[in-house]
Design a protein around this ligand. Structure first.
Ligand SMILES: Cc1cc2nc3c(=O)[nH]c(=O)nc-3n(C[C@H](O)[C@H](O)[C@H](O)COP(=O)(O)OP(=O)(O)OC[C@H]3O[C@@H](n4cnc5c(N)ncnc54)[C@H](O)[C@@H]3O)c2cc1C
Length: 611
């Protein structure tokens, strides 16, 4: 059941349900979850629940690097990094959070180095740094080398390093346990309090209640609402969905990032590190088209801009290939040595999946759904909000499932590996501090009741609908209607489809009726989360009648600061099966945080976003 030598063994079984007690329960063992565990473990009785074996988490797929203004190879400063993050996020970034991200980046990299992470080195032995989109010197003047990296396997190295350190600390892992519910209790004022988590053990099908003082969600993203995505199959947004179903808000959920360079037709990622090393995007006639759109930093403009330009090239007939439906990433001038040593994985991906050798020919690419900018709203301590200015005591979130918001409406490359380290650490630290003085909130009578009902409902359903069929339809429709370009009409269309799919979902058939390793059943559960999240994405996107960052409305092509320089806050208020989302989703706003200098002037006033 557990992997560490200090495996917790004090659970009791009541009515077939296992009960455990921990001070801190962390849901998710990616970079954010394990970084939190390293902080929490030594100071509090801590458990990590994870549906995947920790080293299989998506953090391990991250390629290009982690940003920090170390200034190892070029002049740099955390203030420039803050500016780039805010401008890159099209000014929807909370500026206090961005300052923390950029300042604490330096320690975050040193922490990892001290834990044993083998970064690439400069000839004199310092941590090497490469260029990445939107990271510039002196407020946009030229691209700067800010991304620390380990070849194109940076995430793999981070994940392995963090896991080894968790093992060293004797953290309790519950591997292949699916958290399916957050146990909440309302206090006398009607405010939400947290009492723990209910999880399903994949190996046995048994339910486990984790009674805890603090819970940290670190469950990653939900790219699987789309068909063309760089995300792993497991990124179904369970944590975000669980929090949503509890009536807690989600922030800026309409902002999804489409990474420019997915392998055409497949979505598998080729890191932006390739362009950081000098690769160039070209259209069918070989033109370096980014020169036209972003004359200063060209191919290294932020992702939202590059992705839009690529789609525009294709829509205007300058796409390559038999159907003119992709553009090229040209790495041929980098030479075999750079490709084999600094970008070995993506070189192999192109060869394996498209049969194209980047050393001698350009690689067909198109944007791929990559990163959820929105998620569970938190403050800079990692505490989850239940309303704009009110936290849920003891509940934390970090990493891609959270929205701090350091990414605003468009995340810069290499800022997520940074985010998971900085805010994973903060949430772990703050959770430990919290549990020192907090009491356990008493558990309700049968805390596993809702999960049991959901599982049995799905398992015993005699319907005829197939999970894979519904999921495929959802993903195709999201690609067609809520991708790089959106309109009122396309978003309304996809909401209609989602409503139909929800009705069909009630009729779902799960073939496997067993209790051991029933992945069939869990895929049905995950589809439920995907349907919830896709609907909120589309609904919040329709409500934002402007274009900003990753959210491009063809019918409202300009940024509208007067009306929309605010974070969306979405709440579940009724039966999600009602046909009109207006009957079950309430949308509200939260102000963006601006920082000011001693004279009361804005440090980072909104600018036109030229590169
Ligand atoms: C291909 C690819 C390349 C990338 N490259 C970069 C890069 O170079 N630089 C960069 O900054 N960012 C990059 N990113 C983004 C970045 O890697 C991710 O945003 C980040 O790693 C997410 O970390 P996380 O800890 O939040 O979640 P993850 O690493 O996704 O971990 C999620 C964890 O939650 C667990 N979990 C989920 N649901 C449940 C549940 N119901 N019950 C229990 N456990 C659950 C999983 O088991 C897993 O352990 C890349 C992303 C991809 C997909």
């Amino acid at each position: 059941m557990t992997t560490s030598s200090t495996a917790e063994s004090t659970s009791v079984v009541k009515d077939g349900v296992h009960y455990h007690q921990f001070d801190v329960v962390i849901v998710g063992a990616g970079g954010a979850g394990m970084r939190a565990a390293i902080e929490a473990g030594p100071g509090a009785k801590t458990a990590v629940i994870t549906k995947l074996y920790p080293t299989r988490s998506h953090t391990g797929a991250a390629q290009g690097g982690m940003a920090a203004a170390l200034a190892n190879v070029e002049e740099d400063s955390w203030e420039w990094h803050t500016f780039d993050t805010i401008k890159g996020g099209d000014y929807l970034v909370d500026q206090d959070a961005a300052e923390i991200l950029a300042k604490e980046a330096i320690d975050a990299v040193i922490d990892l180095e001290n834990m044993g992470l083998p970064f690439n080195r400069t000839p004199e032995g310092k941590i090497d740094q490469r260029r990445f989109g939107g990271h510039t010197a002196d407020h946009g003047k030229t691209p700067v080398r800010r991304a620390c990296y380990a070849a194109d396997r940076t995430g793999h190295m981070i994940l392995q390093t963090l896991f080894q350190n968790c093992v060293k600390l004797g953290i309790n892992f519950f591997n292949e346990f699916y958290a399916l519910d957050l146990i909440t209790v309302k206090d006398e004022n009607g405010d939400t309090q947290v009492a723990g988590v209910v999880a399903y053990d994949l190996a046995t099908g048994e339910l486990h209640v984790f009674h805890s003082k603090a819970v940290i969600f670190a469950t990653g993203g939900f790219g699987k609402i789309y068909k063309t995505t760089s995300n792993a199959h497991t990124l179904t947004g369970d944590g975000v969905g669980i929090v949503w179903r509890k009536g807690l808000p989600l922030e800026d959920i309409e902002f999804f990032q489409f990474h420019p360079t997915g392998l055409a037709g497949l979505g598998i990622l080729l890191t932006e590190g390739a362009r950081g090393e000098g690769a160039i995007l070209r259209n069918a006639s070989g033109e370096r088209f980014m020169e036209r759109y972003a004359p200063t930093i060209k191919d290294l403009a932020p992702r939202d801009i590059v992705a839009r330009c690529m789609v525009k090239e294709v829509l205007e007939g300058r796409g390559a290939g038999p159907h003119k439906d992709y553009v090229y990433l040209d790495c041929t001038h980098l030479g075999a040595e750079v490709l084999e040593t600094k970008l070995p994985d993506i070189t192999e991906f192109a060869r394996t999946y498209l049969g194209v050798d980047p050393v001698v020919e350009p690689v067909p690419v198109m944007p791929t759904a990559h990163y959820a900018m929105g998620g569970i709203p938190t403050n800079i301590k990692g505490e989850v909000l239940q309303a704009n200015d009110k936290i849920v005591p003891g509940l934390y979130a970090a990493g891609e499932c959270a929205c701090v918001s350091v990414h605003g409406s468009n995340r810069l490359g290499t800022n997520s590996l940074l985010d998971i380290n900085v805010f994973g650490k903060r949430s772990g630290r703050n959770a430990v501090e919290y549990v020192q003085s907090a009491d356990f909130v008493p558990l309700p009578e049968d805390p596993a009741a809702e999960v049991r009902e959901m599982i049995e409902g799905l398992r015993n359903n005699t319907g005829t609908e197939r999970v894979a069929v519904l999921r495929k339809k959802l993903q195709e429709e999201m690609d067609a209607n809520a991708q790089v370009f959106r309109t009122e009409e396309t978003l309304t269309n996809v909401m209609g489809t989602i409503h139909d799919l929800r009705q069909r979902y009630k009729n779902i058939h799960v073939d496997d009726k067993g209790s051991r390793f029933n992945t069939d059943l869990l895929e049905a559960v995950e589809l439920g989360f995907l349907l919830d999240l896709a609907e909120i994405v589309a609904y919040a996107a329709r409500n934002r009648k402007e274009s900003r960052g990753g959210h491009m409305r063809e019918d409202f092509p300009d940024r509208d600061d007067e009306n929309f320089m605010q974070h969306t806050m979405a709440y579940l208020t009724g039966d999600p099966h009602s046909p009109d989302p207006e009957d079950h989703i309430r949308l509200d706003w939260k102000p963006v945080v601006f920082t000011k200098n001693e004279k009361g002037e804005l440090n980072y006033p909104p600018l036109e976003r030229k590169y």
